[in-house]
Design a protein around this ligand. Structure first.
Ligand code: C5P
Length: 228
C-alpha cells in the first residue's frame, strides 16, 4: 500500500499575508484543499497524513471534512521546518505501508499521471523525485554582483511529489535527525544514505506557491483550467 504525506505546516512569511499561504484561495477552495483533491485523484494513494501549523489543526480537520476531501487519515501538528513536519506525519503512516509519497501542500498543479510516474520509479529503485532541467543560465550572486556562472548541464530544479519505500524514508529522516542535518526536500536525506534517487520529468506548471507573485500567477492559471 502507498500512503502520502502532505507538509503544509509553514506559516508563509514570504507571502506577507497573516493567513498561512496554504489557506489562501485558489478559485473556490483554499490552496491546500486544491492540492489534496488533485493528489488523491491518483488511485495508488490509500490515505494522506497532512501536517499543518499547530494553531490550525482543528480548523483544517473541519475544513477537509466540510469540503469532503477523500482519504484523509489524519491532520497532525507540523514542526519548526518542513523536515520536522514530514517526520511528524511519518509517525502516523500505517506500519504496513510499503511506500510513501511526499507532496508539498502548496503545489496544486500536479496530475495523477505525474504521481504514477514518480511512484513507478520508486517501485523500481526505492526512491524517486520529479524535477525539470534548468533551462536558464545560472549565476551565483553576492550583494548584486555575479561571482560565478554555473554550467547548467546536468542541473535540475527539484519538485514534489517524491516517493520512497517507507523504510528508506524513515531511515533517512532518522539519520538526518541524529546528524543534525537540515535538508529542503526528502530526496537529499535519502541521498545522504548513499542510495540513488531516480529523477523523473516533472511538470513546468508545478509551481510552489511561495510569494504573492506566485499566487497571482497561480490564480491566472487556475481560472482557464476550471473552465475546461
Ligand atoms: O518552506 P517551503 O516553501 O519549502 O515549504 C514547502 C512546503 O513545506 C509547504 O507546503 C509548507 O507549508 C511546508 N512546511 C511545513 N512545515 C514547516 C515549513 C514548511 O510543512 N515548518
Amino acid at each position: 500500500m502507498t500512503y502520502a504525506i502532505v507538509p503544509a505546516g509553514g506559516l508563509g512569511t514570504r507571502m506577507g499575508s497573516r493567513r498561512p499561504k496554504q489557506y489562501l484561495r485558489l478559485g473556490r477552495a483554499p490552496i491546500l484543499v486544491a492540492t489534496l483533491k488533485t493528489l488523491v485523484r491518483a488511485r495508488e494513494i490509500a490515505g494522506v497524513v497532512v501536517a499543518v501549523p499547530e494553531s490550525h489543526v482543528g480548523e483544517t480537520r473541519r475544513l477537509l471534512a466540510r469540503l469532503r476531501v477523500p482519504r484523509i487519515l489524519e491532520v497532525v501538528a507540523g514542526g519548526a521546518d518542513r523536515q520536522e513536519s514530514v517526520w511528524r506525519a511519518l509517525q502516523r503512516i500505517p506500519e504496513g505501508a510499503e511506500r510513501v509519497v511526499v507532496h508539498d501542500g502548496v503545489r496544486p498543479f500536479i496530475d495523477a499521471a505525474l504521481v504514477a510516474r514518480v511512484l513507478a520509479a520508486a517501485v523500481a529503485g526505492g526512491a524517486a523525485t520529479c524535477g525539470i532541467p534548468v533551462r536558464e543560465t545560472v549565476k551565483r550572486v553576492t550583494d548584486g554582483a555575479i561571482e560565478a556562472t554555473i554550467p547548467r548541464q546536468g542541473l535540475w530544479l527539484t519538485q514534489t511529489p517524491q516517493a520512497f519505500t517507507r523504510a528508506l524514508l524513515w531511515e533517512a529522516h532518522d539519520k538526518a535527525r541524529r546528524d543534525g542535518f537540515a535538508g529542503t526536500d526528502d530526496a537529499v536525506l535519502v541521498e545522504r544514505l548513499g542510495v540513488t534517487v531516480t529523477m523523473v520529468l516533472g511538470l513546468g506548471q508545478n509551481l510552489k506557491i511561495t510569494t504573492p507573485e506566485d499566487l497571482q500567477a497561480a490564480r491566472a492559471w487556475a481560472v482557464p483550467r476550471r473552465r475546461k
